[in-house]
Design a protein. Structure first.
Lengths: 504, 156
């Protein structure tokens, strides 16, 4: 497949004035909402998704990609200025970013976040282009059994790598999948769990669960914190915006390392931008030239994690576009947006809708450029948004989500579901449940069920098909290793310790 | 903890009951038809998984009862947890009344309640934010996106 002629076509799609416009709107809105405290990338995507519904699939996805990038950048801005990470992937940026801001170097820090994101984003899109097409070519030969196993691996990886209790995350995944089975069975047309409720017959729109679990419950939880007073000291002086030449020289190597680490980690299902940022910071702590100064506010501490989390966000799109399997909560929402547009990502997508796929890819290049152009001069202005008190923001955010859900089907019943999921999400979060597996479950559920049932029909009811197919079998082994690794390693460790004791 | 029973124990028990209910209810659907797995097949399996995982959580949580830190209790009293609870209540009120009073009335009441009653801010802020928000929602949803906002009983 000729990647470059396809990319050319993608640019032809993305460079139309309409699509450029939506890309710009997406990037600006994403940054704007992403900067608001207490709203992470997933929540931003969930909140803004309904406004893309009126567009054609290509424009909508271009706008969503813009929102995604914008929200990521917005999160970094708050990390640097007020040491409040917009989401977990920018936690590492707080360390040196806030220190720099305290020293009056907020300008260069913000600019470096944008530059590192831009470089890493652009390079990893090139990686993604090749990786995704290769993977899609490979995945065309996948049978239903392989697909089912692959999705199991994806879900377990998200549950495992999300941290916290594995049982809780797996429970959430199963719960999400169950919610997706409500309504008419796609294969036989039988009515499932709707109890003569005509609204439930169509199934529960997963966007309602996403908005309740990600957007509303996040707002409710942040209401518990003492948010009445602004806790931060606000460094208003953004005297010098540009990093110095020396800064740039120091930053190049960390950005490159961050890009490669970020992309590889991001492409793995489940390991998202947070782990990538964390790892790349850890590596800089070991090998970078000024490692002893790391944490005191030096430019490398921003360049590496910011490069890595942006590269990871792009890497996550590899399994999403080529296999239809999202690697993270945010990617699951992107998948949701595609499904709403009646686009099923997977290996066939590259063949069936090249203008969509390549349009999105090209728009990511553009999105990165726009972020850079837009953000560098706008940052001091955008930072003023941090002064908007939360008591004004949250009623508006709650109403926005409310209208977002209502605009899906014009159904009041959906609003009650939103209330239920919001409350449930809030309560579960309080008990340290991770909600991303549930969202992944409800999005992947229908595909998993069809794959499982087709596999079993093909094998005439024999479960052996999952072990006999080589791809499926190796995926299942990988999953088992992953899920038991905690216990395995503990066992190894204990064995090694007792062995050592005996030796001594 | 005084009682030893924590919110997570109750949640795990509720989830296991939920898993049981899913198992029982999906038994009523066809589990296996002559062509292969029927509509009840997948949910039945999920019910079992839900049951297993929630029991696992229960065991996990009961076993670590001595190590539980008191740092983040589930409910820390009305004073601290008042805001999210009132926000949920206001949300519920909004859902119920929006079909009768329409979005602009219910939505305004929602904002007024949260900023005036819950946050106890002066009236000029309350009114300013309410008016600006309603204009914003009108522009974004009704004007730009062409969404038919709930009109309410009187406007119909």
């Amino acid at each position: 497949m000729d990647v470059f002629s396809n990319l050319g076509m993608g640019f032809a799609v993305a460079l139309t004035p309409t699509n450029l416009y939506f890309c710009l709107i997406g990037v600006s809105l994403g940054t704007l909402i992403g900067i608001l405290p207490g709203i992470g990338t997933s929540a931003t995507l969930a909140m803004l998704m309904p406004i893309t519904f009126k567009l054609n699939p290509t424009s909508a996805m271009i706008m969503m990609a813009g929102i995604y990038y914008g929200a990521m950048y917005g999160g970094s801005t708050t990390s640097i200025l007020v040491s409040i990470p917009g989401e977990s992937s920018s936690v590492m940026t707080c360390l040196d970013g806030y220190e720099m801001a305290k020293k009056g170097q907020a300008g260069p820090a913000l600019a470096m976040a944008a530059i590192a994101s831009f470089i890493a984003g652009t390079i990893s899109i090139v990686f993604m282009m090749f990786a995704a097409t290769e993977l899609a070519d490979l995945a065309i030969h996948f049978g239903p059994a392989d697909y089912f196993s692959l999705m199991l691996v994806g879900l377990s990886a998200v549950a495992y790598l999300g941290g916290g209790s594995l049982a809780k995350s797996l429970l959430m995944a199963a719960f999400g999948i169950f919610v997706s089975t409500i309504g008419v069975d796609i294969v036989t047309g039988a009515d499932r769990f709707s109890y003569d409720n005509s609204e439930l017959l169509d199934g529960i729109d997963f966007l309602i669960l996403i908005m309740g679990f990600f957007a509303v419950s996040e707002v409710l939880l942040s209401l518990e914190k003492e948010s009445g007073k602004q806790i931060f000291k606000f460094p208003t002086k953004l005297r010098e915006l540009w990093p110095s030449k020396a800064d740039m020289r120091y930053a190049i190597a960390p950005i490159s390392r961050g890009t490669i680490i970020g992309f590889l980690i991001g492409a793995l299902p489940g390991a998202g931008a947070s782990i990538a940022a964390f790892l790349s910071y850890g590596i800089e702590k070991r090998i970078c030239k000024r490692k002893d100064l790391l944490g005191t506010g030096i430019i490398e501490g921003i360049a590496a994690p910011e490069g890595a989390n942006n590269a990871a966000a792009t890497g996550a799109l590899v399994p999403l576009l080529s296999l239809g399997i999202p690697g993270s909560g945010s990617a699951a929402i992107m998948l949701g947006a595609l499904v709403v547009m009646n686009v099923r990502p997977g290996p066939m997508l590259f063949a069936e809708q090249p203008e969509l796929v390549w349009g999105i890819i090209a728009s990511m290049y553009l999105g990165n450029v726009m972020l850079l152009i837009l953000n560098l001069p706008m940052v001091p202005l955008l930072a003023q948004l941090l002064r908007v008190p939360y008591y004004i923001l949250y009623p508006v955010i709650l109403l926005f989500t409310f209208l977002g859900v209502f605009s899906l089907n014009y159904s009041v019943f959906d609003l009650y579901l939103l209330l239920v999921f919001s409350t449930l999400g809030y309560v579960l979060r309080k008990m340290d449940f991770h909600l991303a597996p549930a969202v992944l479950g409800i999005v992947l559920g229908p595909i998993m069920e069809v794959a499982l049932r087709s596999a079993l029909i093909l094998s005439q009811g024999s479960w052996m098909t999952f072990i006999r197919e080589p791809i499926s079998a190796s995926l299942l082994v990988a999953m088992l290793l992953l899920l038991t690794s905690k216990y395995l390693f503990r066992g190894f460790k204990r064995a090694a310790e007792s062995f050592n004791k005996r030796e001594l | 903890m005084k009682t030893g029973i924590r919110a997570i124990h109750i949640a795990a028990i509720l989830f296991s009951i939920f898993g049981l209910a899913v198992i029982v209810e999906s038994r009523k659907l066809t589990y296996w038809s002559e062509y292969g797995p029927g509509p009840g097949f997948f949910p039945f399996g999920l019910g079992i998984l839900i049951l297993i995982f929630s029991l696992f959580i229960l065991i996990e949580e009961v076993r670590k009862k001595d190590k539980v830190e008191e740092a983040a209790p589930f409910y820390s009293g009305w004073n601290r947890d008042r805001k999210p609870l009132l926000a949920i209540a206001a949300y519920a009120f909004l859902m119920i009344t929006v079909d009768i009073a329409g979005f602009y009335v219910s939505g305004s009441l929602f904002i007024v309640f949260l900023i005036k009653v819950v946050e106890r801010k002066p009236w000029w802020i309350v009114l300013l934010v309410t008016a600006a928000a309603m204009l914003f929602f009108y522009l974004v949803f009704a004007f730009f996106l062409g969404v038919q906002l709930p009109k309410g009983f009187f406007a119909r």
